[in-house]
Design a binder for this molecule. Structure first.
Ligand code: COI
Length: 359
């Protein structure tokens, strides 16, 4: 794949932001984006890096009517020694391929995904923020474009990547977040698209999320759709419950996202001597553990959320404090170890970190 690059004159480049308070999450976008199209009979064509700009698409495009859309999220980190690092990007490329298959889309080849990410991030390296806990968020996206109102897979696809310098996902930063357990609305069902990274899952979560936010919660914790009994995920993160030296996370039963941070936390925790269990965990087991003190900590994991401590869970009219609303030792340990690998501050015995360039 030969990527054409259309450069902007120096004076047209945007001013940089580095202050975490200004960054927030996903509000600022860099100067360039990557695009590539898929057309019937031609395959993937026109790989291009061009100035970040709006698209013009047909009002009958399949994505606008039938939500044929998938995306990924990964980050580029500025290591102190000047290296530019990615965290397990091949896993994002693979997951995007699987999401495309599930949504009946033309999958984007993994080697193109990796080359496009590396080339764009290197071109935009001045945008990788340096303040602690900030990074350059990478958002690869695939949409179905062909103009047609019949419910069929699109005839044309657009793959693109945009970049956004970011700080913490939650306004709380690395402080415990308040979750509300949702026992009416559901995010997804087994056999649905809950394990694909498609926008529809996030759209389906908005109403419950907005109602929870109105009441002062950061997010909702989803339960399974069938029995409203088992914990699923938070939408922006997978969940972990800590019982002393044991970590329990809901198993990937088909309705939750197979998080890359989730998989990494499981491996990291095992290497640190924790016992890990991927299994169904009921909300009753969680509240019982909080009541009798055996559930000692809870946290979420995700690319955007990293590792986010959970300080309280609201369920059926009652607020349950988790570790007295403090960041627990296990959460802190896993967070520090993970972030140290991501930022290149510690040895990476897992081979997760990809060194893709220098400043
Ligand atoms: C990510 O963690 O990359 C996601 O896509 C979650 C999204 C809510 C920001």
């Amino acid at each position: 794949m030969e990527i054409a690059v259309e450069r902007l004159p120096e004076e047209k480049l945007k001013p940089l932001y580095n202050d975490p308070a200004q960054l927030g999450f996903g509000k600022i976008f860099t100067d360039y984006m990557f695009t590539m199209k898929h057309q019937d009979g031609k395959g993937w064509v026109e790989p291009k890096i061009s100035p970040y700009s709006s698209f013009s698409i047909d009002p009958a495009a399949v994505v606008l009517h039938y939500s044929q859309e998938i995306f990924e999220g990964l980050k580029a980190y500025a290591a102190k020694d000047g290296r530019i690092l990615l965290f397990r990007p091949e896993q994002n490329a693979k997951r995007m391929y699987r999401s495309a298959e599930r949504l009946c889309m033309e999958p984007f080849p993994e080697e193109y995904f990796l080359k496009a990410v590396e080339t764009l991030v290197n071109l935009e390296k001045r945008w990788i923020p340096r303040a602690p806990e900030t990074s350059l968020y990478i958002r690869p996206t695939l949409v179905g474009l062909g103009a047609a109102l019949g419910v069929h897979p699109a005839s044309e696809y657009l793959f693109y990547i945009i970049l956004s310098p970011v700080a913490a996902y939650y306004k709380e930063g690395f402080k415990p977040v308040k979750l509300a357990v949702e026992d009416y609305y559901v995010r997804s069902v087994i056999g649905g698209v809950g394990d694909a990274k498609t926008g529809g899952n996030y759209a389906a979560s908005l109403m419950a999320g907005a109602k929870a936010e109105e009441k002062g919660f950061s997010q909702v914790l989803w339960l399974d759709a069938k029995e409203k009994k088992y914990v699923e995920e938070v939408g922006s993160m997978n969940m972990f419950f800590v019982f002393g030296k044991k970590l329990v996370t809901p198993n990937l039963g088909g309705s939750i996202l197979p998080g890359i941070t989730r998989a990494s936390v499981l491996e990291l925790a095992k290497s640190l001597g924790y016992q890990t269990e991927e299994r169904q965990i009921s909300i009753d087991e969680v509240v019982k553990g909080l009541d009798d003190g055996t559930l000692t900590e809870a946290f979420g994991s995700g690319t955007a959320a990293v590792i986010s401590p959970v300080g309280s869970l609201y369920y059926q009219g009652k607020d349950y404090l988790v570790n007295n609303n403090q960041v627990g030792k296990v959460t802190q340990e896993l967070y520090t170890k993970l972030v140290d690998i991501q930022f290149g501050n510690a040895k990476d015995p897992f081979g997760w970190s990809w060194d893709i360039g220098k400043f």
